[in-house]
Design a protein around this ligand. Structure first.
Ligand code: ASP
Length: 333
């Protein structure tokens, strides 16, 4: 029988009701007591790492989960991390950079309804997560509502219904139906994982709206060393008079800040070269673009890169080098 470590971090799945709303209180053993079937699938050991609504999760917690997996890696065949859904896609992306090439499955799951609700999705998600941790591919993945999504490609796209997560610009890896696993895409096999333990959290994300004041970009560029801008369509910046966005970004880049352009459009990614609003930036400034990466992955990847280097060329090389299929299309290669 496979041996799986369950790492509890909180979330709705583990929440109880309080007068002011749901808050995590149940530990992993208590969660498992609702699903006796899991003990027939594998041998589980539990570790309660955090008890947090995932709104309260920080990059420090991503490092904590990665450290926990590293310390226990040799003792188990796979890992199930129960986690709130709100920031699960960020944690999945971060773990994809912090634990690379894992031959063992690292599965994140959670639920939209607590485990004690009559109509909960917790039991299905947790059972599927353990099944996948026993039979599925290595690497970081989210198992949710019967779908298996690559950790670098996940995004929460429904705030209430059970199909909370989508795979962005990449197909689902597998589906689980009535305990049957249909693995559509097999992940690459590796012999052993590479762990990283540093992130530079000095990264900010700005979503543009029509009329965003350039001062806001200047403020962000002053306060962060890595700046991700979610612009419109395939990407670009408003071309105002001098002293506007272009001059601010040029000054930031010249000071050594790393700027990444991405898009707020949910699918298909950026291509700055299409329009003058992007092409002018791209051809005259040393900046990066996220192409088909999710914003969650771009944020986590930039933190991971800046934890290693501030040199633009090295950062550029690392950013465009695919990790766990996070970027397929890159005009640079
Ligand atoms: N607010 C909760 C959390 O992210 C939502 C959930 O788990 O579904 O922890």
């Amino acid at each position: 029988m496979k041996k799986i470590l369950m790492i509890g971090t909180g979330g709705t799945i583990a929440s109880e009701m309080t007068p002011e709303g749901l808050t995590p209180e149940l530990n992993p053993e208590q969660l498992l007591s609702f699903i006796p079937r899991i003990a027939e699938i594998c041998q589980v050991e539990c570790l309660m790492l955090y008890s947090l609504d995932s709104t309260n999760i920080h990059p420090e917690h991503w490092l904590g989960v990665a450290r926990c997996i590293r310390e226990n890696y040799d003792k188990y065949d796979g890992f199930v991390v129960s986690h709130g859904t709100d920031t699960m896609a960020y944690t999945a992306a971060a773990l994809s950079y912090l634990v690379q090439d894992s031959p063992k499955p690292i599965v994140l799951t959670g639920a939209q309804k607590p485990i004690w609700f009559d109509s909960t999705d917790s039991k299905r998600n947790l059972t599927d997560a353990f099944l996948y941790a026993c039979r599925g591919c290595g690497g970081v993945q989210i198992v949710f509502n019967g779908k298996v999504i690559l950790g670098t490609r996940a995004r929460k796209t429904c705030s209430k219904s059970f199909q909370a997560f989508s795979s962005v610009n990449y197909p689902d890896l597998a589906v689980l139906q009535d305990e049957h696993l249909l693995q559509y895409i097999r992940c690459d096999c590796h012999e052993k994982p590479t762990f990283y333990d540093r992130l530079d959290t000095n990264v900010g994300l700005l979503k543009l709206i029509p009329g965003t004041r350039p001062e806001l970009v200047a403020f962000m560029a002053e306060h962060y060393d890595g700046l991700i801008i979610e612009s419109f369509g395939v990407g670009g910046l408003p071309e105002y008079e001098s002293g506007g966005f272009y001059d601010i970004i040029r000054a930031a880049v010249e000071k050594g800040k790393i700027v990444v352009m991405t898009t707020q459009v949910p699918n298909e990614g950026s291509d700055l070269t299409v329009y003058h609003v992007g092409g002018h930036l791209k051809s005259t400034l040393r900046l990066l673009e996220a192409y088909d990466m999710t914003t969650e992955a771009a944020v986590a990847k930039l933190m991971w890169i800046m934890g290693q280097t501030r040199d633009f060329e090295t950062a550029q090389e690392l950013f465009y080098r695919p990790v766990a299929h996070d970027i397929l299309y890159s005009g640079e290669s």
